[in-house]
Design a protein around this ligand. Structure first.
Ligand code: PMP
Length: 412
């Protein structure tokens, strides 16, 4: 049995995941790589099968029953995402491939239209590469600057430095709602309010947040909020860009093609209103169907109880890991998600991951697409166990036992 918290028991969630029944190297799978991607509940798998078995059609065109049904499913997904994020309207939701594409869209569309020489884009050092490189690309083109916001020793964003770096030159602040390597949950509402005082826009990368705690984009006052379906129990290849209506409406197309136009002629082409203007071509219709099923599945739980359960499991894991000789955790911000990045004395992180895999335990080793965050700790690579609502204290015990066997077997 897993640890229980309020109204939530992980066993209720676990039974929905067929993959958690499989053996890996002769052991039951222990999936602790949730920050990379989450597993999919049968409700999502069945929704995809049902869509392709009974509904498959392109949308927004074709006057037939299946086109209508597929369009309804796609737009129901948009409405569900709007509700999930606390957005004012489904029209504030643009479907994309994932977080990376959403950020590139904002950089290429909003960025190209709004950035110029001497403008600043503030990016905390803990960001994922997908919240750094798209800004570097557009900054190079527009001769704007990407300015890193430093971290404190525990992995929190240095708030004094942030306040000092903000100026009338700041056009955009791009912050993660939760770090994929340090677990840090920055005070995005306060940081957003401060940025707005300088007239800057704020993009919040929710890739690591949405699966773990409730999000309200209007309360946070974010101008943009982005996430990937695959990190919230939905399929790969579908993601979300939320934008404030007036900001989205001001954005020029970033890709051209079908679906995004109003009328086309060689003399003059006009564009559709948002969100369609930013969704060129056939979208990932089944991905939206899967995302809708995933959101319905997740919100069937008491999300406050889920968050409390994950926080309890994280404390348990931190305590248990601290007993492993030579293990050091990376990042210690007080507000954090259950991402446990660590090093083990004398062991290469890749060797640690390989050892654990022999026991059926999946963790991640490498730079976690956040090289500046690791460099802040003088590291190039680290191991990372990341937890989700279906993980249990027994699985944490198995992780710790396997790590102890590794340290015991290592020559001292
Ligand atoms: N931002 C953060 C904080 C992430 O953790 C990730 C994925 N590790 C991404 C962005 C990129 O997400 P995707 O690869 O799904 O586009």
């Amino acid at each position: 049995m897993g640890r229980q918290s309020g109204g939530f028991s992980p066993e209720t969630a676990r039974k929905d995941f067929p993959i958690l029944q499989r053996l890996v190297n002769g052991h039951p799978l222990v999936w602790l790589d949730n920050a990379a991607t989450t597993q999919k509940p049968r409700q999502v798998i069945e929704a995809l099968a049902a869509y392709y078995s009974a509904t498959n059609s392109n949308i927004h065109r074709g006057a037939h029953t299946l086109a209508r049904e597929a369009t309804e499913a796609y737009e129901a997904g948009r409405a569900a995402v709007a509700e999930f994020l606390g957005a004012a309207s489904p029209e504030n939701i643009v479907f994309v491939r994932g977080t990376t594409e959403a950020i590139n869209l904002v950089a290429q569309s909003w960025g190209r239209a709004n950035l110029g020489p001497g403008d600043d884009i503030l990016v905390p050092v803990l960001e994922h590469h997908s919240d750094i490189v798209p800004w570097q690309l557009i900054a190079k083109e527009t001769r704007a600057r990407v300015v890193p916001v430093p971290l404190g020793p525990d992995g929190q964003i240095d708030r004094t430095a942030y306040a000092d770096l903000l100026s009338s030159r700041t056009q955009l602040v791009a912050i993660s709602h939760a770090s994929n390597v340090l677990g840090t949950v920055p005070p995005v509402r306060e940081m957003t309010a401060l940025a707005h005082r300088y007239g800057a826009k704020v993009l919040v990368d929710g890739a690591q947040a949405v699966a773990h705690f409730p999000v309200d984009v209007q309360e946070m006052d974010a101008d943009f909020y982005v996430f990937s379906g695959h990190k919230i129990f939905a399929p790969t290849g579908i993601g979300v860009l939320y934008g404030k209506p007036e900001v989205l409406e001001s954005m020029p197309p970033w890709q051209g093609g079908g679906n995004m136009i109003d009328s086309v002629s060689f003399a003059h082409t006009t564009y559709a209103p948002v969100p369609q203007r930013l969704e060129a071509g056939t979208g990932h219709i089944s991905g939206v169907v899967g995302l809708l099923a995933a959101l319905n599945w997740l919100t069937s739980f008491d999300r406050g109880a889920v968050a409390a359960y994950e926080q309890g499991l994280m404390s348990y894991a931190q305590q248990a890991l601290s007993m492993v000789p030579g293990l050091e955790t990376v990042g210690a911000a007080p507000d954090r998600i259950a991402v446990l990045t660590f090093t083990l004395a004398g062991q290469d992180p890749a060797t640690v991951a390989d050892w654990l895999d022999r026991d059926g335990i999946a963790i991640r080793a490498g730079h976690h697409c956040a090289q500046p965050a690791l460099a802040h700790y003088g590291l190039e690579t680290a191991a990372r166990a990341s937890l989700a609502l279906y993980n249990t204290s027994e699985e944490v015990d198995q992780l710790v036992a396997s790590l102890r066997r590794l340290t015991d077997s290592a020559p001292s």
